[in-house]
Design a protein around this ligand. Structure first.
Ligand SMILES: [Fe+2]
Length: 344
């Protein structure tokens, strides 16, 4: 066989192989030629339920997701230390304050994406396009229906009423969930009034527990009547036990709405696989959105996606429309307010 007919024969074999393999005509995809598969590396502090969603992304796009979990602050520190040599393409975090800090520290690069702009409401993403909210979590009032009539409940501010003395269960001041809630008070009322409200809570001697799940379990066990937690912790507990006795009350429905925060993500400043990182964010905001939110009983950030039936069962509500970037901007002030008010 001469060279020409050998190439011809190889060509015929290649074309046949392509058809046999189900119409795969690109026999030598670029990434295989370069010897490496398409990947995206994610540093994430949102670890609950991410794995099946990432697997679905891989199935649909062929891009493998490698992820490392850790606390928000630790992952930011790692990004900072790794600098230009970071393997991370995506920083995924809970609480807008954490994403805001990453953005301010120069750890994230802006993403100009019509898909993200069209699917994520403006108040749930950074004005500079450095990070995008992907799910919504609402920190609201939870109560035990045997000891509290929901007609007695109204707002975060009204929990300063002396009738709640010795009956509140809350998260310590060191947690970003508490700090962001106080930031929402500062945004609504200014720092002086926000401090008054925090002092009112403190005067009621709340039991402080550093886990929203344990707060709800304490409430169920009678160690308090009213609590502030994120809604999805009750979703999880109800998933495990539909008889779990605690109920949701949507706070501040007659004024600004209940305090909402996000989990979200941004593309790192030195992402080695930037295109894949953008694809992952866009997919999480659209095709993967409902699954991603439901994996943790969170509300979708994309208003077109449907929420998990358990949290749909919590009823319709109005959420505070504040731009959540404010939680980052006001975090330092809120920490000072909490300290001055004696909230431990
Ligand atoms: Fe949480």
């Amino acid at each position: 066989m001469n060279k020409k007919s050998m190439y011809l024969a190889l060509g015929v074999v290649a074309v046949i192989a392509a058809f046999v393999l189900g119409g795969v005509v690109d026999l030598f995809p670029a990434e295989e030629a370069a010897g490496k598969p398409e990947v995206v590396n994610v540093y994430t502090s949102r670890h609950y339920g991410v794995e099946p969603v990432f697997e679905r992304f891989t199935k649909e796009t062929g891009i493998q997701v490698r992820f490392t979990t850790g606390s928000d602050a630790l992952l930011r520190e790692r990004l900072r230390a790794e600098g230009k040599n970071t393997p991370a393409d995506v920083y995924m975090a809970v609480d807008a304050g954490n994403l805001w800090l990453a953005g301010e520290a120069g750890l994230l690069a802006p993403v100009d994406s019509k898909v993200l702009r069209d699917n994520i409401p403006a108040n749930l993403r950074d004005a500079g396009n450095r990070w995008f909210g992907l799910t919504r979590r609402v920190r609201t009032i939870l109560y035990h229906p045997a000891r509290v009539n929901p007609a007695e409940l109204s707002t975060y501010e009204a929990l300063t009423d002396p009738k709640w003395k010795g009956r509140l269960v809350m998260r310590p001041s060191t947690h970003s969930y508490t700090q962001s809630l106080v930031s929402s008070l500062v945004a609504a009322h200014g720092p002086a009034r926000a401090e008054e409200i925090v002092r009112g809570w403190v005067a009621n001697g709340p039991t402080l527990i550093d886990s929203d799940t344990r707060i709800l379990e304490a409430l169920a066990a009678g160690q308090g009547d009213v609590a502030l937690t994120n809604h999805y912790y009750l979703g999880r507990l109800l998933q495990a036990n539909p008889q779990f006795p605690i109920r949701v009350f949507w706070a501040n429905q007659n004024d600004r709405g209940a305090h909402q925060n996000i989990s979200g993500a941004g593309v790192t400043a030195h992402a080695p696989n930037r295109d894949n990182a953008v694809k992952l964010l866009e997919w999480l905001a659209t095709a993967g959105q409902a699954d991603f939110a439901s994996s943790n009983h969170e509300f979708p950030a994309n208003p077109k996606a449907t929420a998990h039936p358990i949290i749909v069962g919590f009823g319709e509500f109005k959420a505070d429309a504040l731009n959540i970037g404010e939680f980052g901007r006001l975090q330092a002030d809120s920490v000072q307010i909490l300290n001055r008010a004696g909230y431990r």
